[in-house]
Design a protein around this ligand. Structure first.
Ligand code: NAP
Length: 279
């Protein structure tokens, strides 16, 4: 019997997940269909229960439901990654039981270390932003043993609250996890890797990035991606002399492959799917 999966979000029309999972299913010979579901902000939980009653096997969850998705799973069926992030992007259902995981962080690491070969151990890493995506990536980044992991967010209080809540759950990360105010960036030694986890790129907004942020061999990664061409952050990094600049499409495919593996027990090859999306 054909199994059914979907991505749920609000809005969700832009999501590339149906295309990615259709490609994974074709590649691995799995019998499944994958749809988009426009999430209901007023009663997301009831909507998920309806979908489960209709036979849905699993969901990918995107903005603004990731925290509420985690709350659907009991304490015994939340993955450590989802607990640390306080949010879930992958759910699957066994009868009444809801399982929750967060594959954003391992997806980012698979792209950074696996595909791009960028070293993280011993690196000075700066993460811009303190929203849901950053919560998902901090655990795996900290576990990669950077020399330091610093967070900078436009709203200082949000970054401080996040680090306060997550800090004790994170593996110790060499030089430690700390929060910078935006104006402090200009006094920092250059970073080896700057990850843009803000949504500024989505609205085409320019971030304030002082020239000292990058050294000559630094790397810059934007979690965001555009249908065509570089994001504003990528253009800013290139203008600052950074040669290794990437968008988040690779992470999107990797986090999807991890979700697919949770559901189907097989991890698809990601390179051909990423190449098809880029084409
Ligand atoms: P979110 O929870 O809404 O958080 C947005 C963050 O961006 C906040 O920290 C916000 O700062 C900051 N921000 C927004 N506009 C800004 C601006 N003009 N200047 C400075 N900071 C700004 O969003 P999210 O879910 O974390 O998503 C963040 C990005 O990650 C999005 O681009 C999303 O597409 C991307 N993403 C990619 C993947 C992938 O697989 N590649 C997965 C998940 C997310 P304040 O706290 O001050 O408002």
């Amino acid at each position: 019997m054909t199994d059914r999966y979907a991505v749920i979000g609000h809005p969700v029309a832009h999501s590339k997940s149906p295309r990615i999972h259709a490609a994974f299913a074709a590649q691995t010979g799995q019998d499944l269909v994958y749809d988009r579901v426009e999430g209901r902000v007023a009663d997301f939980e009831a909507q998920v229960r309806e979908l489960v009653a209709q036979g849905l096997r699993g969901l990918n969850v995107t903005l603004p439901f990731k925290e509420r998705a985690l709350a659907l799973a009991g304490a015994q069926t939340r993955s450590p990654a989802a607990v640390v992030a306080g949010a879930a992007n992958t759910l699957w259902f066994e009868g009444e039981v809801v399982h929750a995981d967060n594959t954003d962080g391992c997806g980012l690491l698979a792209d950074l270390q696996g595909r791009l070969g960028w070293p993280l151990a011993g690196a000075r890493i700066l993460v811009l932003g303190a929203g849901g995506a950053v919560r998902g990536i901090l655990g795996p980044l900290a576990a990669a043993h950077p020399a330091c992991l610093q967070i900078c967010n436009r709203t200082l209080d949000r970054a401080q609250q996040m680090v306060l809540a997550m800090g004790p759950l994170l593996p110790s990360s060499g030089g430690g996890l700390s929060v910078l105010e935006p104006h402090q960036l200009q006094h920092q030694p250059p970073f080896d890797l700057v990850v843009n986890g803000t949504s500024a790129s989505l609205s085409g907004e320019t971030l304030t990035l002082p020239p000292n942020l990058f050294h000559r061999h630094a790397q810059a990664y934007d979690l965001a991606y555009r249908a065509e061409g570089p994001t504003v952050f990528m253009e800013q990094a290139r203008a600052a002399g950074v040669r290794h600049v990437e968008d988040g499409l690779g992470m999107l495919v990797e986090q999807a492959a991890d979700a697919f593996q949770r559901w189907r027990g097989v991890r698809p090859r990601t390179a051909p799917v990423l190449a098809a999306l880029r084409a």
